[in-house]
Ligand binder design. Structure first.
Ligand code: FPP
Length: 267
C-alpha cells in the first residue's frame, strides 16, 4: 500500500503510524527551495529565506518531540558564495539576527548548538555570536543542532586528510594506523552517529557536497515540497517512509530458509 493511502486511511494522523521504537537518532536536512518559493509568489528571494527560518524552528521542535537526538541542517554551502553579494550578505545577516533572537529559547529547550564549516571568512560580528551561542549551550544534553555554514563535504574530507598527514609527519601516528575510526575522530561531526536519514526538499535529487563521508549509508528521502512550505506533517511523512526501508548496509537480509547456493543453478 502506498504511503499516501496509509496516511489517508489513518485520517492524516501520522502519530498513529509512526513506530516510536524506530525513530532515527540523527537526521540531516538540505533545506532547499526558498528562492523558488518566493519567486513563485512574486516576492523577493529574501522572503523565502525568512519563511525558511520559521520552518526550521518547527522542524527542530518536531524532531525533538519525536525523540531524535541530532539534527544537522545545511544553511550555507561553500558554493553559496557565488550568489549575488546582496543575497549572501542577507543570509549571513539573517543568521546573526536569528541566533541573537532565538538563542535564549534554544538554551531553555536544552539544545546544544554547533556550527560546522570553515567559519574564518565570516564577519567578526557573526563569529562572535556563533562563539557565544556555542559556549552558552555547550553543556546541553537533550538535543544537538548542527548548523552547517560555509560547509563543503569535500573540503571537510581534505581537512581531515591534511590533519592526519600532519600527525603522521610529526610521528604522532603511523600511516598504517589510519582507518575509518581515526578518520571519523577528525570530522567536524565527531562524536555524533552518522545520519540514518537525509531529507532534501524541493524535489532536487542531489547531495550537493553535503556530509559526503557521513551519508555513506543514510537513507535518502526527497520531498517535492519547497522548504518554506515544509512542516511537521511533511517531516513525519519522511520518518514513516524511512521506517519502511530495509537497511541492509551492503549485506543481505537473513532469511533462515534461504541458502546461498541452490543446486539447480550450480555449475
Ligand atoms: C536554499 O534555498 C536555502 C538556503 C541557501 C538558505 C537556508 C537558510 C535558512 C532556511 C535559514 C536558516 C537560519 C539559521 C539561523 C540557520 P535556495 O535559496 O537555494 O532556493 P532555490 O533553490 O529555490 O533558489
Amino acid at each position: 500500500m502506498s504511503l499516501e493511502k496509509i496516511i489517508f486511511e489513518k485520517n492524516n494522523d501520522l502519530s498513529k503510524i509512526i513506530d516510536k521504537k524506530k525513530v532515527p537518532e540523527h537526521v540531516a536536512i538540505i533545506m532547499d527551495g526558498n528562492g523558488r518559493w518566493a519567486t513563485k509568489k512574486g516576492l523577493p528571494r529574501s522572503y523565502g529565506h525568512n519563511k525558511g527560518v520559521n520552518v526550521l524552528k518547527e522542524i527542530i521542535k518536531a524532531s525533538k518531540k519525536l525523540g531524535c537526538r541530532v539534527l544537522t541542517v545545511y544553511a550555507f554551502s561553500t558554493e553559496n558564495w557565488s550568489r549575488p553579494k546582496k543575497e549572501v550578505d542577507f543570509l549571513l545577516d539573517l543568521f546573526s539576527k536569528v541566533l541573537k533572537r532565538e538563542i535564549e529559547e534554544i538554551h531553555q529547550e536544552l539544545i546544544k548548538i554547533k556550527f560546522i564549516g570553515d567559519l574564518t571568512p565570516l564577519t567578526e560580528n557573526l563569529k562572535e555570536i556563533i562563539c557565544s551561542s556555542e559556549s552558552l549551550t555547550k553543556h546541553n544534553k537533550n538535543f544537538l543542532l548542527n548548523i552547517c555554514v560555509n560547509y563543503g563535504g569535500r573540503q571537510e574530507i581534505v581537512k581531515v586528510a591534511k590533519e592526519l598527514a600532519l600527525k603522521s609527519s610529526l610521528g604522532e601516528i603511523k600511516p598504517s594506523e589510519v582507518n575509518e575510526e581515526l578518520f571519523n575522530s577528525e570530522l567536524l561531526t565527531q562524536g555524533s552517529k552518522d545520519p540514518e536519514l537525509l531529507i532534501r526538499t524541493s524535489g532536487e535529487k542531489r547531495i550537493s557536497n553535503f556530509l559526503l563521508w557521513q551519508l555513506a549509508y543514510s537513507e535518502i528521502y526527497i520531498s517535492d515540497v519547497l522548504w518554506p512550505d515544509f512542516n511537521e506533517f511533511e517531516f513525519l511523512k519522511a520518518i514513516i517512509d524511512y521506517q519502511s526501508r530495509n537497511r541492509r548496509f551492503g549485506g543481505i537480509e537473513s532469511l533462515p530458509n534461504e541458502s546461498f547456493e541452490d543446486s539447480r543453478y550450480s555449475s
